[in-house]
Design a protein around this ligand. Structure first.
Ligand SMILES: [Zn+2]
Length: 387
């Protein structure tokens, strides 16, 4: 063998080894099942494909949790992981599923809305495959997903994404973004089926309030806020003022732009009777000018570069040495969702929703997020749902 061939062979073996090791890791991530402990308030767990049969059997199908009160009332849908790289959303959804007790009305929760996106990753941006939340009984492991659905589930992407039904031209990447494919259609692309199924759920179940839970960069103006169209504006404004006055945190209101199509806070309001809201909490991990994308940055939100940018007034949120810890973000989401329900119930007593045992901002900040998760090893087998 010549010297050249030895070098070439070493390279080939090294590349094959890297492909095998990373391939196994990506496969395990895509197929990791998150155990969710259905709390005492959960009355049934269904699939999103029950509202659109063409979703059945795909990686985009996902679990839907119903928490129905004894007394009839209004209905709220809370969905998280529209973007699976904004983890405070799924963490908040699980706080509701594992703890909420419903006296009146119905709470419907979809914790992994873009289920395919939660099985996708972005190694080029330093995304970890998983993150863990510490609890009293150990730690709970979550998949860290991506903003868009996996190309393994929906491919190829077009050169330009033509939104249905408005025919507005959007970025090709947004064809896999479930916050650009509303209201969707049953025979369209896979992500259009996800949003179509949810529109069907909203109409068939007569949902009054639809809350899409997100997170956004601290350098992006639409962050730490409630996005609402005109029809939801009164409740959004009252919620923002109330949490500020009673609980001391900022969460301003942003109007949903009328001309920008495909967004949940636009299309749900235009195509159904429900009042939509989109919640944003800061995600320093997603900002571009940060240090290494570590798990600590993901959970604590502490970064020296953002701190220096904050001193130059370049951020859209208050930011100091304490960063933006996960418990603050989850606490905000819990309080804002509870307050949206309160405000709606005050004006619509016959469609009121009354729930208890969900912590508010100060409780989550004090106790941590993991305090509200139950040990799957201690739970009854039938109440553990894998998704
Ligand atoms: Zn988002």
């Amino acid at each position: 063998m010549t010297h050249n061939w030895i070098i070439k062979s070493i390279f080939v073996v090294a590349i094959i080894t890297i492909i095998i090791i990373s391939g196994v890791q990506f496969y395990q991530h895509r197929h990791y099942q998150l155990p969710i402990v259905a709390g005492p308030g959960v009355t049934k767990v269904t699939y999103l494909s029950d509202y659109c049969s063409s979703l059945k059997g795909t990686m985009a199908d996902t679990r839907v949790f119903f928490l129905e009160g004894k007394e009839e009332g209004g209905k709220i849908l809370v969905f998280a992981n529209t973007h699976s790289n904004e983890p405070a959303a799924i963490l908040s959804a699980l706080v509701f599923i594992e703890n909420a007790l419903v006296d009146k009305g119905t709470v419907i929760v979809i914790p992994q809305f873009n289920n395919s996106g939660s099985r996708n990753t972005k190694p080029g941006d330093g995304y970890p495959l998983y993150f863990e939340i510490t609890t009293k009984w150990g730690s709970k492991k979550f998949r860290m997903g991506n903003r868009n659905a996996s190309p393994l589930d929906q491919w190829p992407d077009p050169d330009v994404y033509v939104h249905y039904p408005d025919r507005q031209l959007l970025s090709f990447l947004d064809v896999r973004n479930t916050n650009r494919t509303w209201p969707g259609r049953p025979d369209g692309q896979l992500m259009e089926k996800v949003t179509y199924a949810t529109m069907e759920l909203i109409k068939k179940e007569k949902v009054d309030l639809a809350v899409d839970v997100h997170g956004a960069e601290t350098m992006f103006p639409v962050t730490n806020c409630i996005v609402a169209p005109q029809k939801s504006m009164r409740i959004a404004t009252m919620t923002s003022l109330t949490v500020h006055a009673m609980e001391g945190f900022e969460n301003h209101v942003e109007p949903s732009p009328e001309g920008f199509r495909g967004l949940s806070h636009r299309e749900i309001g235009d195509y159904s009777d429900a009042l939509p809201f989109l919640l944003e909490a800061p995600v320093p991990f997603l900002d571009q000018p940060t240090g290494p994308k570590t798990l600590d940055l993901l959970l604590s939100g502490k970064d020296p570069f953002l701190l220096s940018l904050s001193k130059q007034k370049k951020l859209f949120v208050p930011y100091d040495e304490s960063g933006w810890p996960m418990e603050k973000r989850v606490g905000q989401h819990c309080s804002v969702i509870l307050e949206i329900m309160n405000q709606f119930s005050r004006k619509n007593p016959d469609r009121g929703i009354k729930i208890s045992n969900v912590p508010r901002y100060a409780d989550v900040v004090k106790n941590g997020v993991g305090h509200y998760y139950h040990d799957p090893d201690e739970a009854k087998k039938e109440s553990i749902i894998f998704n």
